[in-house]
Write a protein that binds this ligand. Structure first.
Ligand SMILES: [Zn+2]
Length: 187
């Protein structure tokens, strides 16, 4: 059945981020690149032209928001400190698979019980146990995974790594204000 057409547009860009270190006040810059998509749906294909441009507008808006608000984990090249917003982002973006795993764990017993329910080889008096077993096996794992992720994200401390390594990484990823000025003049 034809319901309509999905339009997806991609927008990519980069920006020079300026940072003042929260620990030592050193000012540094780094280049941050982002690639995002925007979607739009044309019901029954009646508004294809409009939907295609709507997807592009959405992608451009998302890109502008992301470039303005997001950050990359680039430690201070002077003292190695990760800025609070970077730590926040590291915490938010770790373990992205947990969400999908929870959806699968939620759905699995529903499918399993449907199959077990129609099976002829299980004695009638045992059937309730068989039906409940998949739920008991997988649903308790959902809060465990979510709590585990919340706990691991709370204790993560990128500043715990040796200062030398963080400074070296910061020097590799960052640029001075002069270099940043040149880079933005070029583009
Ligand atoms: Zn610093």
């Amino acid at each position: 059945m034809y319901l309509g057409t999905d339009f997806t547009a991609t927008a990519a860009g980069s920006v020079i981020k300026r940072v003042t270190c929260a620990q030592c006040n050193h000012e540094y810059c780094y280049e941050m690149a982002r690639k995002v998509t925007g979607k739009s749906f044309s019901a029954l294909g009646l508004a294809n032209q409009h939907s295609a441009s709507a997807a592009e507008v959405r992608a451009a808006e998302r890109l502008a928001r992301s470039l303005a608000n997001s950050c990359d984990p680039v430690p201070c090249p002077e003292c190695g400190h990760y800025q609070p917003a970077m730590v926040e982002r590291l915490r938010r973006t770790r373990f992205p698979w947990v969400g999908n795993a929870c959806v699968l764990l939620f759905l699995f017993p529903l499918f399993a019980s449907t199959i077990i329910g129609t099976s002829k080889s299980i004695p009638k008096d045992q059937l309730p146990y068989w039906l409940v077993a998949p739920f008991v096996a997988s649903w308790p794992l959902i809060p465990l995974l979510l709590l585990g992720r919340a706990w691991l994200n709370r204790v993560i401390d990128p500043d715990a790594q040796s200062a030398d390594k963080r400074i070296a990484l910061g020097r590799r990823l960052s640029m001075t204000k002069t270099e940043a000025g040149r880079a933005s003049a070029d583009s």
